[in-house]
Ligand binder design. Structure first.
Ligand code: AMP
Length: 219
């Protein structure tokens, strides 16, 4: 990382759709259409800024270890990563959802030791530990909704937006573990060494968030 360059790690997928307009409002526009390219790193209108597009679960790693100065990722990914090795100065207030536990409709979760399947094994472990419940955590990468019906687990922990996916698969939401939105994280060293660059971007992003909030409350 040079002192005068900024590398921003973006989360691909649903967050990217909502982040690109915010970045544009903050004065950062990719030099080409990210969605039409198979590239993973992009130049933009500002010659000192580069945009990486990676999986959300990898964003905290790149930022903590300093290969990216700034990261944009869901709070779910940041909680699962678990480290405090970076700053989290800004909530972009987009891609909102909740981390929840869910179980088959009407199921009694009264066994002394719950089997919980999740992509978010650390979040699940911490949550049930705080509740004083004994759990076995089972790591899955997707299609969690199937797991209770195949006898793999008693309940799941997943991100829920409308709840339609749960309902379509015979599950109901149970415990609300955390609210999730998209956050900006900053490498600790970059915050000091590139203070002006980082602060000016954070300010512009904050202004974009505030402007969007005003528009959405007015409409
Ligand atoms: P829904 O049916 O609206 O509750 O959406 C649930 C599914 O959409 C989940 O299984 C997630 O994979 C995905 N999802 C919803 N919101 C988000 C989000 N903000 N970030 C990432 N994935 C999400």
């Amino acid at each position: 990382m040079s002192d005068k360059n900024l590398v921003i790690a973006l989360t691909k997928g649903r967050i990217l759709d909502e982040v690109l307009p915010l970045l544009e409002q903050a004065g950062i526009v990719p030099a080409e259409d990210i969605f039409k390219s198979r590239k993973l790193i992009f130049a933009c209108n500002l010659p000192h800024v580069q945009l990486m597009v990676i999986r959300g679960s990898d964003v905290p790693t790149y930022v903590e270890l300093g290969s990216a100065d700034i990261g944009i990722a869901g709070k779910d990914m940041i909680m699962e990563y678990g480290s405090r090795g970076f700053y989290e100065p800004l909530d972009l207030e987009i891609a909102g959802c909740r981390l929840m536990s869910a179980a088959p409709i009407g199921a009694k979760l009264d066994s002394p030791r719950l089997r919980v399947a999740s992509k978010f094994v650390n979040v699940a472990k911490n949550y049930f530990y705080e509740q004083g419940r004994q759990v076995d955590i089972i790591k899955l990468s997707g299609a969690l909704e199937l797991a209770p019906f195949m006898g793999l687990c008693d309940c799941i922990v997943d991100v829920v937006d409308t709840g339609n996916t749960l309902r379509a698969n015979g599950l109901e939401p149970r415990d609300h573990i955390a609210d999730v939105s998209t956050r900006v994280i900053v490498n600790r060293a970059s915050m000091k060494i590139k203070h002006d660059l980082v602060q000016s971007l954070l300010q512009r992003l904050q202004q974009a968030v505030t402007a969007n909030k005003k528009t959405s409350t007015a409409s």
